[in-house]
Ligand binder design. Structure first.
Ligand SMILES: [Zn+2]
Ligand SMILES: [Zn+2]
Length: 345
């Protein structure tokens, strides 16, 4: 099978073709696994982090990609819930132990043996991949393959952020940053919490206008004071300033959820502006979000189908994965980038 393979870490400002088109043996499904013939795989910022070593794969070479959609073409032993021909999606969570306390409580994303698709095991930038049947998600019929792929990461993580925020209908929600995940959260909130007012903190004027179009009642700069106090805030920025500035807008007992895999070091000294009485006193909370559990992917796909949420798509061929990655790095973004994979076999 054809796959786009990462053989060594590199810097994308120097190396424009980090992945090599390679012929690999087609994997065979083991016990409790299914073999999926992939038709679409969306491209995520996390791939840039993997290639440049901020989230390095433990072993190389590796096939990247954790937003894959395709059909099951073979099942290993002991697979009962899924069958050949079914369309499934594969997300960042590839497997977990299933036995520890976190797994038993449905927080398998916190499991010590958590493995990530396209980092710890080969992912979706290929014609085929295997996945444990318990970690393959049936895709609702309203979505085409390419539409479903980008929902599997930003949308599902946005959903978990919203869930962890503890927001109830009618409470005020703040969003700091307004990218892929933020705008999906706003759409979910409009649908599920119709009486909630959303306040958006973002730098760019186009993002402010866009957020108001999608139903935000207010959009301002990161350091502004929101016209009303907020019960919950979800932060989707990679830096610290929005965290510190957002806390002053929280109500007593409010919660700030940080939805970012990493925070950059560039403005870390901003944390020194943290003022205990203004920012934390009165039982304000800060909580991070660590990617997704299965429940988040499942529930988000259902919700996305119900709303419906249909992402803007820009399609690339599998062999053009490098171009898609470089454009993402250079912020040439016109909708979610999706690799369309058509195999000859
Ligand atoms: Zn992702
Ligand atoms: Zn576990």
């Amino acid at each position: 099978m054809k796959a786009m393979v990462l053989n060594e870490l590199c810097r994308l400002d120097r190396e424009k073709s980090p992945l090599k088109c390679t012929e690999l043996p087609c994997p065979a499904p083991s016990e409790n696994e299914v073999l999926v013939k992939i038709s679409a795989c969306a491209v995520c910022h996390t791939e840039l982090d993997e290639i440049e070593g901020r989230t390095p794969p433990p072993q190389l070479p590796i096939v990247l990609g954790h937003q894959a959609v395709g059909r099951i073409v073979q099942t290993g032993g002991n697979v009962s819930k899924l069958s050949v021909g079914e369309r499934v999606g594969i997300a960042w969570i590839y497997s977990a132990c299933g036995k520890c306390q976190f797994c038993r409580e449905g927080n398998e994303n916190l499991c010590e043996q958590f493995r990530a698709t396209g980092r710890d095991v080969n992912g979706g930038y290929a014609e085929y991949m295997t996945v444990p049947d318990e970690f393959a998600f049936v895709i609702p019929v309203v979505f085409s393959d390419v539409e479903a792929a980008p929902l599997l990461c930003a949308g599902a993580i946005g959903y978990r952020s919203l869930r962890l925020s503890g927001l109830r209908d009618g409470q005020n929600l703040g969003l700091t940053g307004f990218g892929a995940s933020g705008h999906l959260v706003l759409k979910m909130v409009r649908h599920r919490y119709p009486h909630t007012k959303v306040f958006v903190f973002v730098r760019g004027e186009p993002e402010k206008v866009f957020s108001r179009e999608l139903g935000a009642v207010w959009a301002g700069d990161m350091e502004e004071v929101s016209p009303e106090r907020l019960h919950c805030i979800i932060d989707t920025t990679p830096v610290w300033k929005p965290v510190v500035e957002a806390l002053k807008n929280l109500m007593p007992g409010g919660r700030l959820v940080v939805n970012a895999i990493r925070k950059e070091e560039v403005d870390k000294e901003y944390l020194l502006k943290l003022d205990y009485p203004a920012h934390l006193w009165l039982e304000k909370e800060i909580k991070s979000v660590a990617n997704v559990g299965r429940r988040d992917v499942r529930e988000f796909l259902e919700l996305a189908a119900e709303i419906p949420i249909k992402p803007e798509i820009e399609e690339f061929e599998l062999a053009d994965a490098n171009r898609a990655l470089i454009e993402l790095k250079e912020r040439k973004i016109r909708g979610a980038k999706v690799l369309r994979i058509e195999s000859e076999h």
